[in-house]
Design a protein around this ligand. Structure first.
Ligand code: GUN
Length: 296
């Protein structure tokens, strides 16, 4: 079998162009320009890159964006005040606090401080609960990007066995909820595997759809999957690569070279799930500007 590449980069550009058209229509009708703010704490290289991509994507589709930066010495109280200011700033439709945060800050306190109507990351328990209940909500950007990718490639999910590896609040847990929902994409039978799963390969080998989000580069090898599997690789870890100017290359959680020959569809890394995350964040910000989910 020769796998079809799930080209997240191309799809993301297509979605961004659709959003840009909607922004033009919204502003032509007298609506305000959607405005996303991103809070970045410290100097984590990967976080800086992600936030930079998010801000640049805003410019491309015609959104306003604001980057709020603070040192990693910021106190929890001061960060909570930053969140409050953004909550109260009427010009900002939605904002994100880029994770991870420094260890002295309680991430749950920060997430709970974000107004649900501005929580375009969909991390607040109100949005998470609404998502689980199949009610209107901001869906976390990476899971939403995965769903959108399955939808646009018309991949069958109903009745399939989906195996999710990794149970993070940002990816694994929400993906497992979304793919088991009574919806398309969804309606699949989901197994959620994690660090305590015994004999992981016995689960991954029975997967029709395999979503891997562990941050462990190359952990899924060809002998762990069956012929025809659909593989969604969320991993994007920087590994040392002296042959590159940057000094690193990006590696997925899936060993592409041994898995791709058995797969029907597979996401490349980079250029697969990553760009879809950006498209979904923009989509959520547009929904926020339109007040589509939270009225008034
Ligand atoms: N860190 C890794 N992924 C994400 C994301 O989707 N949103 C935020 N805020 N932080 C992240």
């Amino acid at each position: 079998m020769s796998a079809t590449l799930l080209q997240g980069k191309e799809l993301s550009l297509q979605i961004q162009s659709e959003i840009a058209d909607k922004v033009k229509a919204l502003t032509a009708a007298g609506g305000k320009v959607p405005h996303l703010a991103a809070v970045l704490i410290g100097n984590n290289g990967a976080s800086e890159t992600y936030v930079d991509h998010k801000v640049k994507a805003c410019e491309k589709v015609g959104f306003k964006s604001t980057l709020v930066r603070h040192d990693d010495t910021i106190s929890e109280g001061d960060l909570l005040r930053v969140v409050d200011e953004l909550n109260e700033n009427d010009d900002i439709d939605g904002f994100i606090v880029q994770l991870p945060l420094p260890k002295h800050i309680d991430v749950n306190k920060v997430i709970e401080a974000i107004k649900p109507s501005k929580d375009v990351d969909g991390f607040h328990p109100i949005n998470f609960g609404r998502m689980a209940g199949n009610m209107p909500a901001y869906i976390p950007a990476t899971p939403d990007g995965i769903i959108e990718m399955l939808k646009r490639y018309k991949i069958e999910t109903t009745g399939k066995h989906t195996v999710v590896v990794g149970r993070s609040q940002i990816v694994g847990t929400p993906v497992s909820i979304l793919l088991s929902r009574a919806a398309y994409p969804g309606d699949s039978t989901v197994t959620l595997c994690h660090r305590h799963t015994k004999d992981l390969a016995s689960f991954t080998k029975s997967a029709d759809i395999l979503v891997v989000a562990t941050g462990i580069p190359g952990m899924i090898s060809g002998d762990m999957v069956k012929e025809g599997v659909v593989v969604i690789d969320v991993g994007i870890t920087r590994v040392e690569d002296k042959s590159r100017k940057s000094g690193y290359s990006l590696k997925g959680d899936v060993d592409f070279d041994s898995v791709a020959p058995k797969a029907s569809y597979i996401t490349p890394v980079p250029g697969g799930v990553g760009p879809m995350t950006i498209a979904s964040l923009l989509k959520n910000t547009f929904l926020a500007a339109e007040k589509a989910i939270y009225k008034g």
